[in-house]
Write a protein that binds this ligand. Structure first.
Ligand code: AMP
Length: 425
């Protein structure tokens, strides 16, 4: 059913305080890690020229073919709401002359991305990516550190059962031979592929390995593996990466069919998932790899690079499921301010401000008149004390301080009530 215009667009969500608190915590942790490894934070525009993604992410990828939110501006520019952030980072690296900085240039980011995907668990049309990119160094130790960063970030966020999958998909030297072997194999099986994959077979056969359809999964099981076609350089690079991962004691598995959905990857690709039922339902928490050709492709000098991105919503979803926390906390307070009568309302309003200045978390029903309704709210908000100003108390400049747990109460002068409360809450 079509949504009306008074709801969020399909696949987009409001973020409430609980989510935002998790976001802030994740960002804080990321900053700590970034500072340690020497990553500088960068914010690139949410809109970029469409060409950056068409060229970078790749014309035959699902993202560019089906999922981009693109528009033509009044000035005639073709812009796209970024579906991912790496191409924008590379654009900025080239535009800002960062190639002259000491290598690697390390940048990190956190911000919204937009993909017009079919919404499902862990798959949104607006979501946030947190990423780390290292530009300028081709050594596999950079790939290992990239994986280590995401792995330790997720560990610090309390993820215990993490599965790291890695693969090497070759480079311009060896990809051709693998592509040929894969195409021949898939052509012979094309009648068993889904409709999308029959198209992919013509345009970009590696994409078939990415398909989640059961039919294609069966075909994929016996397909040629990229690892058997690697040139010496790629093979050594992969061997080096695995040794570093072992040294770092990161438990990994090699998934020879992991290719990832973007065109620019060379050599290393990786994904991290939570190895639980809920985790698998969300999909990969983080993923990335090496993209040695992208800087040049987007107009820069030949520059190796490696990076990855984590989906913040997926991580928050799993943390919330784990801690069973609700999206919005029931409001709570230390004291609840109750008043009955017009004069009491005025005195309570003044006292309310004094309580705020004294940093005492105060609930109130200043708009209410009924004593029992206000006492009910005090209970609901789990107040330790109720401060009650009735008509008599208002005239006597006093407040009844009632301890909610015991029901004990005493009268206190209104200007002494804050002193009375301090130390008790
Ligand atoms: P990618 O840019 O496709 O390599 O994705 C990197 C990470 O972003 C994934 O591992 C997910 O955690 C997250 N991600 C990608 N697409 C979505 C989406 N549609 N909704 C939520 N998170 C996503």
């Amino acid at each position: 059913m079509a949504k009306n215009n008074y709801q969020t667009p399909t696949g987009m969500h409001d973020l409430f305080q609980k989510d935002l608190e998790q976001f802030a915590k994740i960002e804080q942790l990321a900053k700590k890690i970034a500072d340690f490894y020497g990553f500088e934070k960068i914010e690139t525009p949410i809109l970029e020229f469409s060409e950056i993604f068409e060229k970078g992410t790749g014309l035959s990828t699902d993202i560019v073919e089906k999922e981009m939110y693109s528009l033509k501006t009044k000035g005639g520019d073709f812009l796209t709401l970024r579906p991912e952030i790496t191409p924008g980072i590379v654009r900025s690296y080239n535009q800002g002359g960062m190639q002259n900085l000491p290598k690697p240039v390390r940048l990190w980011y956190l911000g919204p991305c937009f993909r017009h995907e079919r919404p499902q668990a862990g798959r949104y049309r607006q979501f946030n990516q947190l990423g780390f990119e290292s530009l300028g160094v081709g050594h596999s130790i950079i790939d290992a550190i990239t994986i280590q960063i995401f792995y330790s970030l997720l560990k610090s966020l309390g993820f215990k059962k993490l599965a790291v999958e890695v693969n090497c998909i070759g480079d311009s030297q060896c990809r051709g031979a693998f592509r040929k072997a894969l195409t021949n194999y898939l052509r012979a099986k094309s009648s068993s592929l889904c409709a999308d994959c029959r198209v992919r077979l013509k345009k970009n056969p590696l994409r078939v390995l990415d398909c989640k359809e059961e039919k294609c999964f069966m075909v994929k099981k016996n397909a040629p593996q990229c690892l058997d076609y690697l040139c010496k350089d790629c093979s050594n690079h992969f061997k080096g990466l695995l040794e570093f991962l072992e040294e770092l004691e990161i438990p990994y598995t090699i998934n020879p069919y992991l290719v990832r959905g973007l065109d620019y990857y060379t050599k290393t690709v990786f994904e991290i998932i939570e190895d639980t039922e809920e985790g698998k339902a969300q999909g990969s928490l983080a993923g990335g790899g090496r993209y040695d050709g992208l800087v040049k492709l987007l107009g820069g000098k030949d520059t190796p690079a490696c990076g990855g991105a984590m989906g913040v919503e997926r991580v928050v979803n799993l943390i919330k499921a784990r801690t069973k926390s609700q999206v919005i906390d029931e409001p709570s307070c230390d004291v609840y301010l109750i008043q009955v009568g017009e004069l009491a309302k005025k005195k309570a309003l003044k006292l309310f401000e004094q309580l705020r200045q004294a940093n005492i978390k105060t609930g109130e029903g200043l708009h209410k008149d009924s004593l029992s309704a206000q006492l009910g709210s005090a209970d609901k908000m789990k107040a330790k004390f109720s401060l009650i100003i009735g008509q008599k108390e208002a005239l006597d400049n006093q407040v009844i301080v009632k301890e909610m747990k015991t029901g004990r109460q005493k009268n206190v002068d209104i200007d002494k009530v804050i002193k009375e409360l301090k130390g008790k809450i």
